[in-house]
Design a protein around this ligand. Structure first.
Ligand code: XMP
Length: 553
């Protein structure tokens, strides 16, 4: 993206300031790995992606990994020294919302072009490079947003093995009108006279379009050209290759100490727990708090999987009654979250105290959490995402976070490699406060929870049978605190209303309501009304995010 408005730039600066700690922590991690003697030779080839604030920066990092090359995402201002310390084989400059001509727009440190490694600028990144090296970048009369047609005049190395005419995805107003001296202009598009540049001699490349989005069909080929042919990557990295490395690291960190893990049943904490158990065996104890807000049979499944299947020492705390007491009369969503979260912490601490000598806490922190911690996106101010499982910072444990460098889909690959069942590895995200925040506008009671659980079980069953479970980011039911009139047989009914919420999304930051087939919806609704007595009406939520959020509370 590149547009050119000052507020966007300010927001970006605020964001990257906030992200600094988190991201330098990511840098620390990689540096630490680079220095750990036992890991010599295991250090994967790394490509650094510098984030200029584009909405697709994380996606670029993921796509690089899909080409078999490990990537590290850092904020644009880290500077050449910081990049060099990671010893990358290539550097990618992302897109961003600013115009290169904005006062205070994220700037290019020229030292980044002198590191002796190939550089690829994408969108704003290309404009920065072109401007720095003497090309012409100007604001065009019309922007170019969405699908566009690319015409390749000279494939060069960057566009090798792609057709002369191809579709691509654009999102910019500023445009490169003239390539810098010594550069080849490889392609143009409807609104971009120069849409791709390269200088083989200087190892600097640029593309105006976004190779990382699916709407650019040859995007992955272009990235592969850059990574494999230009940077010389061997393309052998995979999330699976992280397992041995992590097992070694966990053993080195924990030694013969004891570790504890708060298990939520979600993918992240489950994979983290199984991985750590693989490394240190029964020195790990998991704590699972059944707050009574889980879906039908879910608590039993988690307990069975960990005790019978993985044989991980597990303390299961059945606390439904305790939670129902605390939630009595509470209707405000934020208050519910606080109660559920603080009750969890209390229980976890009680259990941790009972286990002697625990020094380490295992957490399923993901790379996106590392990048986003600091609240860069602002969503945290819309809802306090204090998870159940979100523990306070002042707990006196040393953290073990074996998934810190991985994206969600990579964690799933690790889970599958560790032999975890499909149901666990592909579980849709489920909020820590569980069904507590899906009973909307009224207090949480056992009766309502049971209705919601039954409805949700029918929904999940039908969605799975239709083969849609993995395609949907989330699918769930909501129980608003209202009744609706109906007629069943010859009788007037006054029953509960179930709302179906199903969304597609990449990262929960934005989401679209899923176009579930009508026949499927009919089947779901009729099963709910026929099989759950108190349910009298079923409705469908067709709100995207924004303006809605995924959950109703
Ligand atoms: P929203 O509703 O903000 O949700 O669009 C985005 C994602 O976050 C999940 N979510 C939560 N997860 N604790 C959690 O652990 C929470 O309080 C919470 N609220 C929302 C939601 O399910 C979606 O995946």
């Amino acid at each position: 993206m590149a547009a050119g408005d000052a507020p966007a730039t300010q927001e970006l600066r605020a964001k990257t300031e906030l992200d600094k700690d988190a991201v330098s922590a990511a840098g620390d991690d990689a540096r630490e790995r680079a220095r750990t003697p036992s890991n010599e030779g295991l250090q994967p080839q790394n490509v650094v992606v510098l984030d200029y604030g584009g909405q697709y920066s994380q996606l670029i990092a993921r796509r690089v990994r899909e080409c078999g090359v490990f990537s590290t995402l850092l904020p644009y201002h880290v500077g050449p020294e910081e990049v060099k310390r990671l010893d990358p084989i290539g550097l990618i400059l992302s897109g961003g919302p600013a115009s290169v001509y904005d006062a205070g727009a994220p700037a290019l440190d020229p030292g980044l072009l002198e590191l002796g490694i190939p550089v690829l600028g994408i969108c704003y990144g290309m404009q920065l490079v072109a401007r720095e090296l003497g090309g012409t970048v100007e604001s065009a009369e019309v922007g170019e947003y969405g699908r566009s047609q690319l015409t390749v005049h000279d494939r060069g190395r960057l566009l090798a093995e792609t057709p002369t005419d191809q579709a691509c995805w654009m999102s910019h107003r500023d445009t490169v009108f003239k390539a810098p001296p010594g550069f080849e202009a490889l392609a143009s598009s409807t609104a971009s006279p120069v849409a791709a540049i390269e200088s083989e001699a200087r190892q600097i490349y640029g593309i105006q379009f976004h190779p990382e989005v699916v709407h650019t069909p040859y995007g992955q080929q272009v990235l592969r050209n850059f990574l494999i042919n230009i940077c010389g990557a061997d393309g052998t990295w995979s999330a699976r290759s992280v397992i041995d490395d992590q097992i070694e690291k966990i053993r080195a960190q924990v030694g013969d100490g004891r570790a504890i893990c708060a298990l939520s049943g979600g993918v992240d904490s489950s994979v983290a727990a199984v991985l750590v158990h693989r490394a240190i065996g029964d020195q790990l104890t998991c704590v699972f708090v059944d707050h009574g807000l889980m879906r039908k049979n879910e608590a039993d499944q988690v307990i069975a999987a960990f005790t019978d299947y993985f044989r991980v020492p597990l303390v299961a705390v059945h606390a439904e009654q305790r939670y129902l007491e605390r939630l009595k009369g509470v209707t405000d969503p934020e208050q519910k979250r606080k109660i559920i979260g603080s009750e969890f912490i209390r229980i976890f601490e009680e259990e941790a105290e009972k286990l002697e000598g625990v020094k380490f806490l295992v957490q399923g922190t993901l790379y996106s959490d590392v990048i986003e911690s600091g609240g860069g996106t602002g969503t945290a101010t819309i809802k306090s995402h204090h998870n159940v499982g979100g523990l306070p910072e002042d707990l006196e444990f040393e953290l073990v976070e074996p998934l810190r460098t991985l994206f969600k889909d990579e964690v799933r690959a690790v889970g599958a490699e560790l032999g975890m069942p499909e149901r666990m590895v592909w579980r849709q995200p489920f909020p820590g406060p569980g069904l507590g925040i899906r009973i909307v506008g009224g207090e949480v009671t056992k009766e309502k929870l049971d209705i919601l659980r039954e409805a949700d079980a029918i929904l999940q069953d039908e969605i799975r049978k239709a083969g849609l479970y993995r395609e949907l980011w989330q699918s769930f039911c909501v129980l608003p605190d209202i009744r609706a009139v109906g007629v069943q047989g010859d009788n007037r009914t006054y029953g509960h209303v179930i709302a179906i919420r199903a969304v597609t999304s990449d990262d929960a930051m934005t989401a679209d309501w899923a176009r579930l087939p009508y026949d499927l919806l009919e089947q779901i609704a009729s099963r709910m009304i026929n099989q759950i007595r108190p349910v009298g009406r079923v409705v469908l939520d067709i709100t995207s995010k924004p303006p809605g959020t995924i959950e109703w509370e």
